[in-house]
Design a protein around this ligand. Structure first.
Ligand code: PLP
Length: 388
């Protein structure tokens, strides 16, 4: 039985090199970075080193990186932390986001506008049919109350890459804080927080062949944010609690490996995506690609198969040992069509017929050829069944 993992946007296999160093920091160098003795010093040194590696990927300073428990926590903190500063001063705040932000941003905004109806308003911008949010849309939506713009870099379901440099410039010129959810793009699409005028950025280790349960928030020095957790003094007193040292070390190692291999990994992943699309489109009719096939992120291919339920196709592929997802992993189990696909104008039926193939560095051309064969065979069978 084959075992092909094409769900790398949900999570990735931990790189063995990453796992190896994490083990070292669990069983040998297990000190608390706040301790003064040798074990503590060793841990503190490793913590600083990991922070530097994570920062380097986005051209940030080490004092601007704050480790979190993952992407969701970083996104929640970015939005709540900025808005809380306004709420405390009883200042009205408008937030501009897109309709297809990840739930970690989207639901946080929903919660804030519900909890503080007098103070907080949220503007939900509709992306175009390929998934782009244009800087002009933001320019038109800005009001004198706008305090935060949060637009994701790479969309996790369709892979569209937003022009965050232009959005960043616009926000900086207007004195509005700009946050980007870079959970899907970090180490995969070049990011320079200084050149791109990014104020706050979220990332997570488990999308880059690192461990689950660790992520980070980049925060530009002049940006004020309310602390996330109160306690001792960790993470400059903004996110307190003993650090997840093995996780952070793993994150640092994963970031370093990814940064050093971006120029070889990404073109190869791009070739695999191209081949997968070519084989599927030659073997199956009535398909529609969701997103921008030419300029989208190289690791995501989202296709709707007319007349086929995505869930049924996913299960058929699973029986062949091919793991993919319908919509985003975070909404798996829900029967609702994907918010992202609806936002870009895909009809309900085609949205329910979509499959996301997400390719990673451990995939091979053989994986792609086998997957395409399985897709062609399964779609044919499912379509013939639905005609009976
Ligand atoms: C774009 C995006 N943001 C945030 C998250 C949440 O990250 P985490 O799983 O680390 O909580 C994900 C996870 O799928 C994501 O794809």
């Amino acid at each position: 039985m084959k075992n092909i993992y094409l769900d790398n946007s949900a999570t990735t296999q931990v790189d063995p090199e990453v796992a190896k160093i994490m083990m070292e920091y669990m069983v040998e160098k297990y000190g608390n970075p706040s301790s003064i003795h040798l074990y503590g010093q060793q841990a503190k040194y490793a913590l600083d080193d990991a922070r530097e590696k994570v920062a380097k990927v986005i051209n940030a300073g080490i004092k601007n990186i704050f480790f979190t428990s993952g992407g969701t926590e970083a996104d929640n903190w970015a939005v709540r932390g900025v808005i809380e500063m306004n709420i405390r001063k009883n200042i009205k705040a408008n937030i501009i986001i897109s309709q297809f932000e990840h739930s970690a941003v989207f639901e946080t905004c929903k919660m804030l506008e519900k909890k503080y109806p007098e103070l907080i308003s949220v503007t939900y911008l509709q992306p175009d049919n390929k998934g782009y949010i244009l800087p002009e849309q933001i320019e038109n939506a800005v009001t004198s109350d706008t305090k935060l713009v949060s637009i994701m870099h790479v969309n996790n379901e369709i892979g569209t890459i937003n022009d965050i440099a232009s959005i960043g410039k616009l926000c900086r010129d207007k004195g509005i804080i700009f946050h980007t959810d870079a959970v899907q793009s970090y180490t995969k699409v070049p990011i320079d927080v200084k050149a791109m005028n990014i104020d706050i950025l979220s990332a997570a280790a488990h999308k880059i062949y690192g461990p689950k349960g660790v992520g980070m928030l980049y925060l530009r020095s002049k940006v004020e944010i309310y602390p996330l957790l109160f306690g001792g003094h960790q993470e400059s007193g903004l996110r307190n609690g003993t650090e997840n040292l093995p996780g952070i070390i793993g994150f640092g190692k994963a970031a370093e490996i990814a940064q050093n291999s971006i120029n070889s990994d990404m073109p190869r992943i791009g070739e695999l995506k191209k081949k997968l699309y070519e084989l599927i489109s030659n073997g199956v009719d009535k398909i529609v690609v969701n997103g921008d096939i030419n300029k989208g992120y190289k690791g995501i291919l989202n296709i709707s198969f007319e007349g086929v339920e995505g869930e049924s196709l996913l299960l058929a592929l699973d029986l062949d040992g091919v793991c993919v997802s319908t919509g985003s992993a975070c909404s798996a189990g829900s029967v609702k069509p994907s918010r992202t696909l609806l936002a870009i104008g895909v009809g309900e039926e085609m949205a329910q017929s979509s499959i996301r193939f997400s390719i990673g560095k451990f995939n091979t051309m053989e994986d792609i050829e086998f997957t395409a064969e399985s897709v062609i065979k399964s779609v044919e069978r499912l379509r013939s069944m639905s005609w009976m």
